[in-house]
Design a binder for this molecule. Structure first.
Ligand code: ADP
Ligand code: LRH
Length: 480
C-alpha cells in the first residue's frame, strides 16, 4: 500500500508544533518533530505576536520532520499581518488580546446594527473578530500603507512559497464571510468601509498552495519539490475535522487555550435567539458549519499558573481534585477574563461579587476554574442542542485539555452525558488528514473519522451523579 508523510504545522496561542503524519488507507501515525513556545510580547504600543520566532520554529520543525510529501499550516484565528506593495511585512501582527478593540463594536453597530451583522455573517460577537480589529486600525499609518492582508497561516504559507491566498475556514472568523454563500460578505464590507481588495483570493481545504521556494528548501534542508496544501487553516476547523465521531448525535469541545463547544451542522443558524446566545457559525470542511460558542478555556488556568511562577501542573490538578466540588464558579464566557494578567485576583473578585466563597489557595482557584469550565461546557452543549434542534448523545473532547482528566470527568458530570476524550493533537491530525485527502488517500469527513476511530487512543468518561447541583451552580452564577 502507498504510505505517505505529511507535515502539519499547528500554531496554538500557547505553543507551536510541527507534527508528521504517516498515512496509508488503513493506518495513521503522528509524531512530534518539533515544539516551541508561542510567547506574545508587550511593546509600548501594545501586545504583539512574535511572528518571526514562530516562522523560525516552523523552519526548524520542517528540518526536523525530514522528507514529506506535503506541508499544511493551521493556527489560531482572526489575526493577520499586513504587507506593503513590495510584499514586505508591515510591523508585528497585533495579538487578539490587545486592548485596541475596546469600545470599537459600538461604533461598528452604529453603522451596521448588530442584528443585521449577525444575519449577514453568522459570527458571534467577540471584540477580536478581524472586522473589529480592522475598524480599530482604520486611521493608522500602517493600514494606509498596506497593500495586502494575510491571516497568520496564510502569511506563513506565503513566506514558505511566495504565493498568497486566503483560506476559507479561517476567513470565516473575520466576520467578512457570508456563511450561506461561503463567499465574501460584500455588503458588510461596503457599509463599514473595509476594503476587501486587501485580501488575497479565497482558497479551500485541499487546494494547492504552492511549493517551497529555493530559500525555504535551503532553510529546512529539504529537497524539492515540496508542495504546500491548504488545510482547514483555522486550528479549530482542523480540530473539529478530527473529532472521532461515529454517529450524528455528537457535540464537540475543542479544549486548549480556548474551549470551543458546539455542533457540526450543514447550514448556519442565524436566528435572533442564536445571536442572543452568542453562538457563532464558522465554516468547516466539506461544506459544514461549526456552530459553537467560545469559552475562556484553560487560558484561565494558564494565566494563574504563570502568576504562581509555574508550579507542576500534574500536582496542582491532583490537589484540585481533592477540593470540594462547586464551591464557587465564575462565568467562563465573560470577556472580563480576556486580557492577560492578575488572573487569580480577577477570579477571586468575580466570586466575591456573586456572593460565593472566595477561593484562596492555588488548588482552590484551580478547582473553581475547572468547575466553571465544565459548567460552561454544559451550557454550550445544551444551548446548541436546543438552538439547532439537534439531539446530542455524546460529547467529544479533543485538544491539549484532554490531558486534564479532571476536566474531562467534570464535563461528563456537568453535561450528564458520556465524554469521549482524544485525540490530544486534533488540530494536527485534521491538518494531516486534509492533506491525505487532497492526495486521494482518504475519502470524506466520515472516512477521515473512521480512520481516527480505528487508530487513535480514546478515553471514555461516564457521567457521575445527577446534574441538579450543576443547574444550581448555574443559577447561583446568574443570580449573582
Ligand atoms: P493551544 O493549541 O490553544 O495552545 P493546547 O491544545 O496545546 O492549546 O492545550 C494546552 C493546554 O493543555 C494547557 O493550557 C494545559 O492546561 C493543558 N495541558 C497540557 N499538558 C497537560 C498535562 N500534562 N496535564 C494536564 N493538562 C495539560
Ligand atoms: C483557538 C482559536 C479560536 C478562536 C481564537 C482566537 O485557538 O482559533 O477558535 O476564536 O483562537
Amino acid at each position: 500500500a502507498r504510505v505517505r508523510s505529511y507535515a502539519a504545522v499547528d500554531l496554538g496561542a500557547s505553543s507551536g508544533r510541527v507534527m508528521v503524519g504517516r498515512v496509508d488507507p488503513d493506518s495513521l501515525e503522528l509524531r512530534e518533530a518539533h515544539r516551541f513556545p508561542n510567547r506574545p510580547v508587550r511593546v509600548p504600543e501594545g501586545l504583539r505576536w512574535d511572528v518571526l520566532a514562530l516562522y523560525a520554529g516552523v523552519l526548524d520543525g520542517l528540518r526536523a520532520a525530514g522528507p514529506v510529501d506535503s506541508v499544511g499550516i493551521d493556527s489560531w484565528a482572526v489575526d493577520y499581518g499586513l504587507l506593503d506593495a513590495d510584499g514586505a511585512l508591515l510591523g508585528n501582527p497585533v495579538h487578539y488580546r490587545d486592548a485596541r478593540t475596546e469600545g470599537v463594536a459600538e461604533k461598528v453597530w452604529a453603522a451596521l446594527p448588530a442584528a443585521e451583522l449577525y444575519t449577514a455573517t453568522g459570527l458571534q460577537y467577540a471584540p477580536f473578530n478581524t472586522l473589529y480589529q480592522l475598524t480599530a486600525a482604520a486611521e493608522t499609518a500602517q493600514l494606509a500603507q498596506a497593500w495586502r492582508l494575510l491571516l497568520i497561516p496564510d502569511l506563513l504559507s506565503y513566506w514558505l512559497t511566495g504565493e498568497q491566498g486566503t483560506e476559507l475556514t479561517n476567513a470565516s472568523t473575520t466576520q467578512l464571510i457570508d456563511p450561506r454563500t461561503r463567499d465574501w460578505a460584500h455588503g458588510v464590507a461596503d457599509r463599514l468601509g473595509i476594503d476587501l481588495g486587501l485580501f488575497a483570493p479565497l482558497r479551500r481545504p485541499g487546494d494547492a498552495a504552492g511549493f517551497l521556494t529555493p530559500g525555504a528548501l535551503e532553510a529546512t534542508g529539504l529537497s524539492g519539490p515540496v508542495p504546500v496544501t491548504a488545510v482547514g487553516s483555522h486550528d479549530t476547523a482542523s480540530a473539529v475535522a478530527a473529532v472521532p465521531a461515529t454517529g450524528p448525535g455528537f457535540a464537540y469541545i475543542s479544549t486548549g487555550t480556548w474551549s470551543l463547544a458546539g455542533l457540526e451542522l450543514t447550514a448556519p443558524v442565524l436566528t435572533e435567539e442564536s445571536r442572543a446566545a452568542n453562538f457563532t457559525n464558522e465554516l468547516g470542511l466539506d461544506g459544514t458549519v461549526r456552530y459553537l460558542r467560545n469559552i475562556m478555556g484553560l487560558w484561565l488556568l494558564q494565566e494563574c499558573v504563570r502568576e504562581w511562577g509555574g508550579p507542576d501542573l500534574g500536582a496542582l490538578l491532583l490537589d484540585a481534585a481533592k477540593v470540594p466540588a462547586l464551591r464557587s464558579v465564575v462565568d467562563a464566557e465573560d470577556a472580563a477574563f480576556l486580557a492577560p494578567g492578575r488572573m487569580p485576583e480577577r477570579i477571586a473578585r468575580a466570586c466575591r461579587a456573586s456572593g460565593q466563597p472566595v477561593p484562596a489557595t492555588p488548588a482552590e482557584i484551580t478547582r473553581c476554574i475547572l468547575d466553571s469550565l465544565a459548567l460552561a461546557h454544559r451550557e454550550a452543549v445544551a444551548d446548541a442542542e436546543r438552538l439547532a434542534d439537534r439531539p446530542v448523545d455524546v460529547v467529544h473532547m479533543v485538544g491539549g485539555g484532554t490531558r486534564n482528566a479532571l476536566l474531562c470527568q467534570l464535563t461528563a458530570d456537568a453535561c450528564g452525558l458520556p465524554v469521549v476524550a482524544g485525540p490530544t493533537e486534533a488540530s494536527a491530525l485534521g491538518n494531516v488528514l486534509a492533506q491525505a485527502r487532497a492526495d486521494g488517500l482518504v475519502g470524506d469527513l466520515a472516512g477521515m473519522r473512521r480512520l481516527l476511530v480505528r487508530t487513535q487512543p480514546l478515553t471514555r468518561y461516564e457521567p457521575r451523579g445527577d446534574t441538579v447541583r450543576w443547574r444550581a451552580a448555574r443559577a447561583r452564577l446568574a443570580g449573582g
